[in-house]
Design a protein around this ligand. Sequence first.
Ligand code: PRX
Length: 632
Amino acid sequence: MSNFADFYRRSIEDRDAFWAEQARLVEWQTPPQTICNYDKPPFAKWFAGGTTNLCHNAVDRHLKERADQPALIWVSTETEQEKIYTYRDLHAEVQRMAAALKALGVGKGDRVLIYMPMIPEACFAMLACVRIGALHSVVFGGFASGSLATRIDDAEPTVIVSADAGSRGGKPVPYKHLLDEAIVLAKHKPKAVLLVDRGLAPMNLVEGRDQIWGQLRQQYLDAQIPCEWVDATHPSYTLYTSGTTGKPKGVQRDTGGYLVALAASMKYIYGCQPGDTFFCASDVGWVVGHSYIIYAPLIGGSSTIMYEGTPIRPDGGIWWRLVEKYKVSVMFTAPTAIRVLKKQDPAYLSQYDLSSLRTLFLAGEPLDEPTAQWISGGLKGKPVIDNYWQTETGWPILTICNGVERQPSKFGSPGKAVYGYNVKLLDDQTGAELTGANQKGVVAIEGPLPPGCLQTVWRDDARFLNTYWSSVPNRMVYSTFDWGIRDEEGYYFILGRTDDVINVAGHRLGTREIEEAISGHPNIAEVAVVGVADSLKGQVAMAFAVLKDASVLGDEQALLKLEGEVMKVVDNSLGAVARPARVRFVNQLPKTRSGKLLRRAMQAVSEGRDPGDLTTMEDPAALQAIKDMFQN
Ligand code: PRX
């Protein structure tokens, strides 16, 4: 085993040689001609000239050695179903889906929007897209018609793949009517909608547009659709993520860079071998699901568990039962899930044989020390590894790379900069590098970003440049928009976002999007949404609204009714995932004299903290009123 410091240094100082070596972990139709073309910073072209296919590496490649090994293990505690697809089965299902998509008019470079619950067909659809060189754009099933419509208009999909319903707590959550509403709202109209009928909810089919997957599948049972060899720089997918405006950004990923980055991460970060079982309890609608439910485990020849359900149904032992049953080697989830499990009977952890489990990885939000301690104790000292990354990067920026060298974790820290990431802490006012220990700065990455990270913002290079590469003064670096510090041993600590993005139960949400949705209520004149600390979800959204008709302000009953209405507006437009925990009605919002909302101050007083310097505030009474609310 080598030494991490040397391994890391080589990845930065001898970048091309390092990544040329990693590129050998995967199969190429034509080997890359260049490793990193960085002629036009900050646009990095990884492995250009090389041709390959993500689906080939995730499926076909394994047929020689592991055709009968489980590839996808689907477990739904919602519908009480379990189904195992071997690599051979997966190969057949993906080709059927690919044939159906082609028949519906999808070609290379076209987009397919996938709006689905956690069912195997979501995996087939993603792999089918990349198989034929089409781009998938998965939209989280918890989003409602407004969010979906925005994404339809940006991605302009040829086909949308969806289902009758998801399920939550054993009750169907219908999808189809939300999709129909979204298509009405959107300017762009797909040629076809392919629907998986799970028999959970009725569907009104639109003649000539809607197709049923079960029927098409029968037509293409024996389909043989070869992988389309694409250039390493060919986009594989877009995935929307929230930023500081109301319009989500389409993070665009390449093919070859992503393939190599994920393959390498299985080796150096996740320590997962071919044949191992990888259980990532996330959702395919989020980046963690893309990378670590679907692509990385399959590229690595593992068996991947796709889980539909909650961690506590039928009881709080369900995940540990799955670890025992499927001999899970590597598990991955978000701290929120562990905080939920912490409230369950601790006996669940000792009731099952967890001897197969080597490591638990947690990501997506800060891992607090009590949660980390509790789960470390419960797993009897097995490593619990935090990783810090973003939708934009696709794989960890900061963690402990135990596959390179075993190193201790520190509570509260996701670890050190990962190989390939030239991470810097910068002064947000001057752009100067902070090299000393424990200085607070913006976590930034020097270009080129390593393989696997976003190539650009979908159809918007200017936004890629202006958002990510121009926010730190005097230098062109990638900003993560997170504050951080680094200790004398190179361990980073993440201190929260520098922008208006909030993190609810590991779900990234833009406060502006929620504000825009709330403004859709006829009686709302103005609104501010901030993230407020929450012991279970990390953060929750808190809305402060000014009414057009303020006459109801003293009437508790009327305000409660209004609060319910506002929440409903958010549910209908964005989805319950974005619903604020509370909507508080105020006379005015705290602003600076130039009219800028004082979000940080609102957040501070909501959390019972000192709001800091307020000399620029227009009317201190506005903030005082909010303070009073939280003191009562
Ligand atoms: O603020 C950081 C937080 O989540 C943001 C990225 O969220 P998302 O794009 O949904 O990607 C999640 C991929 C795991 C980051 O900018 N975040 C993510 N991981 C951590 C974290 N904050 C603290 N610790 C982490 N491990």
